[in-house]
Each structure stands twice: as structure tokens, then as C-alpha cells.
Design a protein around this ligand. Structure first.
Ligand code: GRF
Length: 208
């Protein structure tokens, strides 16, 4: 039987859309043995279901839009500081459609993870499911990685594989990926929270 961790790890989750990955984390955090709690949810836009999910769960939210800042660097500094104000142990980008800049990585690098809907290093970028389908691969999936300055290039924490079916559209494939992605995210974030993790070069291992 798992013990209940003395102090749950504090998660800040960043979203830009429907927030089903966020919901999976919120649901998992309902079990004290999971070892984590979502202390805040941040977004780069208003009016998204991801923010509504957080509000329904009584979780603090914030929105910082790039267009409200003079420069991208100012937005980056502001969101880095806002996230830091919640003193997170782990920052999870779950469908957050913005790249972290230098200020964000200086503040949160090493404890900032992103979930991507493809088996990296294949199909990085904004259209992971669409690009895998167009290429014709038979297996794709999702990848959780520690964010570095590149585009979807950071050290890999976890991956999950999903078959591509002959009649898949981008939508059906992405939905199948997201089912597996949510399970992977919940498992990996829980282990990071309970066991800690180390990054040595490109190798990520659970444990302190
Ligand atoms: C996920 O597949 C994520 O990897 C991708 O966008 C999707 C977000 O889904 N970047 P949701 O907002 O968690 O439902």
C-alpha cells in the first residue's frame, strides 16, 4: 500500500484549450496518496474550458496574454514571476500553446515539463498528430519531457504508444492519443511528485 506523502508536491498547470489533461491531473490529485495538488492554473487566453475546469475545482487561475505586453520578453518575465508566486515543485504545460522563453526557463527550468502528442523526436512542433498521420506512421503516441530552450527537444520523462488506424482523421487520431496521453501524464507526474527525479544529460530517472 502506498503511504500518504507528508507534503503533496505543488503543481502549476499551464493550458490553452480544453484542459482534459489538466482535468486528469485534478482528478488524480483528489486521492491524497497521489502526492500532488494543483495550486494554480495559468493560461495565455480567456474563455477556455481549461480555466473553467480549474474554477469548478476551486483552483486559483491567472491569464497572461502575449498581446497585453509590449514585447514577448516582457510577457515571458511576467508569466515566469506569476508562476513562481505559487512556489511550484513542478510546472506542467498541458496543451499550453506557447513556447517558454529565457526568463521562464531561468526561473523554472529543470522542473518544467511539457506533454506533446507524438513520439519525440518524431513530429515536434504545433501539429504532432497531423504530421504523424500525413507521414503515414503506423505507431505514434505522446511524450512527456523536461522543457529546454529547443522546440520539443528536452530530456524525455515518459512516452506512450498509440496505433494509427487506416481510417483515422487528425481528430480521431488526436483523440486516441489524448486518452493515452492523460494516463501517461497522471502516472509520470505522480511518480515525479512522490519519488522525485533526476536529469543527467538526456536521461531522466525517477528517484532522488
Ligand atoms: C494535448 O494533446 C497536448 O499534448 C497538445 O494539445 C492537447 C491538449 O489537450 N499540445 P487538452 O487541452 O489537455 O484537452
Amino acid at each position: 500500500m502506498r503511504g500518504v506523502p507528508a507534503e503533496p508536491a505543488a503543481l502549476v498547470v499551464l493550458v490553452s484549450g480544453s484542459g482534459t489533461n489538466l482535468q486528469a491531473l485534478i482528478d488524480a490529485c483528489g486521492d491524497p496518496a497521489y502526492g500532488a495538488r494543483v495550486v494554480a492554473v495559468g493560461a495565455d487566453r480567456d474563455g477556455i474550458e481549461g480555466l473553467a475546469r480549474a474554477e469548478r475545482a476551486g483552483i486559483a487561475t491567472f491569464v497572461l496574454k502575449v498581446s497585453d505586453f509590449e514585447t514577448r520578453a516582457e510577457w515571458d518575465t511576467a508569466i515566469a514571476a506569476r508562476v513562481a508566486s505559487y512556489e511550484p515543485d513542478l510546472v506542467v504545460s498541458a496543451g499550453f500553446m506557447k513556447l517558454a522563453g529565457p526568463a521562464f526557463l531561468a526561473e523554472h527550468g529543470g522542473r518544467f515539463v511539457n506533454s506533446h502528442p507524438a513520439l519525440l523526436p518524431s513530429f515536434p512542433g504545433m501539429h504532432g498528430a497531423e504530421d504523424a498521420l500525413a507521414y503515414g506512421v503506423k505507431i505514434t503516441g505522446a511524450t512527456l519531457f523536461v522543457v529546454d530552450p529547443g522546440v520539443d527537444t528536452g530530456p524525455i520523462v515518459a512516452q506512450t504508444a498509440v496505433p494509427v488506424e487506416d481510417d483515422d482523421t487528425v481528430e480521431t487520431l488526436h483523440e486516441r492519443i489524448k486518452v493515452a496521453e492523460r494516463a501517461m501524464l497522471v502516472e509520470a507526474v505522480g511518480r515525479m511528485a512522490r519519488e522525485g527525479f533526476t536529469v543527467a544529460g538526456r536521461r531522466v530517472r525517477y528517484g532522488r
